[in-house]
Design a protein around this ligand. Structure first.
Ligand code: ATR
Length: 279
């Protein structure tokens, strides 16, 4: 049986084994998918050990996405642009690295949530690894305008400078939160980790245009403070990142198995399970 795993630290709360188990049930693929915890200074050894045991590929999660990028023998264009890898495929030629986070976000927004990005004014909050991972796919979706806002405005400008060539026709800018005063957006995406510190990005009034969509890359409880504050500040629709999690997993599954699962059905099942667990 072909073996896959998610490698992280910590990894025991990862939903990826459950999501892939649901894909397997749906598609009948002959494979298993487990969670493996690697020591913080032992990612490469953990990957080689799994490969030695017959592993065919792996997802990579916090804190190893940069290590995975360095370890891969070949990188997809989108992994190169993100500077991070969440999907490894082991082949006879070596280790191929890809990044499915951005396409996962896009599929969730555009397909699942019917929130188009083309021609829209998009605000990306954060300039760390999570923001970088989704920035190029967001620009590729041809927004009219894309602004990166971050607590450290210098870091936002660095990210902007690194990826300015991908801006295309969009009005593409970066700065601090205070620089947003007077600007309104149709889609606001939270890629900061502020909620882990029980904090919120300090957004000026008027950031949410009428009918605006607020999205948090985190899911469940971690997303709720930002989404509630967005609703109070005028966002008409809100979503957490559970759909992105399922969609990035579906893209990894398709890379490995050549079969695209019905991600919508799996997302619905996962939401039912999480709601049941919360009761
Ligand atoms: P990740 O991989 O989750 O993106 P990261 O690279 O450490 O992690 O980046 C964390 C992001 O959350 C950064 O944009 C950070 O802002 P700074 O670059 O100014 O540090 C942002 N962040 C973290 N805590 C925050 C807070 N309390 N308020 C606003 N932004 C915060």
């Amino acid at each position: 049986m072909d073996r896959y795993a998610v490698i992280g630290n910590p990894v025991e709360h990862s939903k990826s084994p459950r999501i892939h188990a649901l894909f397997v049930r749906q598609t009948g693929q002959d494979m298993r998918y487990d969670a493996r915890c690697a020591p913080r200074d032992g990612f490469a050894a953990a990957v080689q050990a799994f490969r030695g045991e017959g592993g065919r590929g792996a997802n990579v999660t916090v804190p190893f996405k940069l290590d995975a990028c360095a370890l891969a023998d070949a990188l997809s264009t989108r992994a190169q642009a993100a500077g991070a890898v969440n999907t490894l495929t082991f082949t006879d030629e070596g280790i191929a690295g890809d990044n499915t986070d951005g396409v996962g976000l896009l599929r969730d927004l555009i397909v699942n949530l019917a929130c188009p990005l083309a021609g829209q004014r998009v605000l990306l909050l954060g300039a760390g690894g999570a923001a970088r991972g989704v920035l190029v796919p967001l620009l590729d979706a041809r927004p009219a305008k894309l602004v990166i806002a971050n607590r450290s405005s210098a870091r936002a400008r660095e990210l902007h400078a690194a990826l300015a060539a991908h801006g295309g026709q969009a009005a593409f800018r970066a700065g601090g939160f205070a620089d947003l005063a007077g600007d309104a957006f149709d889609v606001v995406i939270n890629a900061t980790s502020a909620s882990l510190e029980h904090a919120l990005p300090p957004l000026p009034q008027g950031v949410f245009a009428p009918g605006a969509f607020a999205y948090d890359l985190m899911y469940g409880e971690a997303a709720q403070a930002f989404l509630a504050a967005s609703r109070a500040a005028g966002a008409a629709r809100c979503a957490d990142g559970l759909g992105m999690l399922v969609e990035q997993a579906a893209e990894s599954f398709a890379i490995w198995r050549g079969v695209r699962p019905d991600s919508g059905a799996v997302l619905a099942e996962l939401r039912r399970e999480l709601a049941g667990a919360a009761r």
